[in-house]
Design a binder for this molecule. Structure first.
Ligand code: ADP
Length: 229
């Protein structure tokens, strides 16, 4: 369980407050209006945004003071965050090694994962030689190979068309099965598609998670404008 005990994340004049727990092993969507603080919440968990109050706990252990690389989290970014000058093998290999010459063992693990997402034979390409959907798969494989229990996804696949986005959401959830997935999205349909629970974020406050169908039937009062009801 990922627990926010009176946590506040701050960047500039903006603060995001969270006092809630996210269930382990489930998919939790974070939804709300633009500028509400969804990315701030996710980046705070990853350690990229300063925590200015409270405690963040994973399985009861405080992780809020750890540097990003020492947190139990991997992150899938909106723009994939692939290095354009590196090959697919090197980009993915960075999940397992710091060098740009992956060992035989690392290469085999990367090739195996690439095959699982339909990218066999593409490991020597650079990102520019791949379609948007293929780039998303590379980024997904890299995040999965980091092998951390919490997978953060910040509006993943939003650059893809609707059918491909849905396919990638389904693939991510199936490959990340057993991990704790927290996904920011501005599209309630994404939450309905893959999320067990939903955290609503409005005006710098994250609400306690509700089971997805309960959330959609009756969103927290301040979110009703967002849903137009
Ligand atoms: P959302 O993901 O819900 O659209 P964000 O978490 O990205 O919202 O942003 C929440 C607020 O934080 C916005 O008002 C935004 O302008 C502000 N903000 C985002 N990044 C920074 C930053 N680096 N410095 C100062 N304020 C920021």
């Amino acid at each position: 369980m990922l627990t926010f005990e009176g946590v506040v994340y701050s960047q500039g004049a903006f603060s995001l407050a969270a006092d809630l727990s996210v269930a382990a092993g489930k998919v939790t969507a974070v939804i709300g209006p633009s500028g509400a603080g969804k990315s701030t919440l996710l980046h705070g968990v990853a350690g990229f945004v300063p925590q200015t109050a409270g405690r963040l706990l994973w399985d009861g252990a405080a992780i809020g003071a750890k540097t990003p690389d020492r947190r139990p989290v991997s992150m899938l970014f909106q723009d994939n965050n692939l290095f354009p000058h590196l090959t697919v093998l090197q980009n993915v290999g960075l999940a397992l090694t710091t060098g740009l010459r992956p060992s035989k063992d690392v290469t085999e693990r990367v090739e195996d994962m690439l095959a699982q997402v339909g990218l066999s034979g593409l490991s020597t390409r650079k990102p520019a030689g791949l379609s948007g959907g293929q780039q998303s798969r590379v980024a997904l494989v890299r995040a999965l190979l980091q092998d951390r229990p919490v997978m953060l996804m910040d509006e993943p696949f939003s650059a893809l068309g609707p059918a491909l986005k849905d396919e990638m959401l389904d693939l991510s959830v199936s490959l990340a099965a057993g991990r704790t997935v927290i996904m920011v999205t501005h599209d309630p349909n994404d939450a309905v598609r893959i999320a067990d629970e939903v955290v609503g974020v409005v005006d710098g406050k994250a609400w306690v998670p509700l089971e997805t169908s309960a959330f959609m039937a009756q969103p927290p009062e301040p979110m009703k404008n967002y849903f137009g009801s």
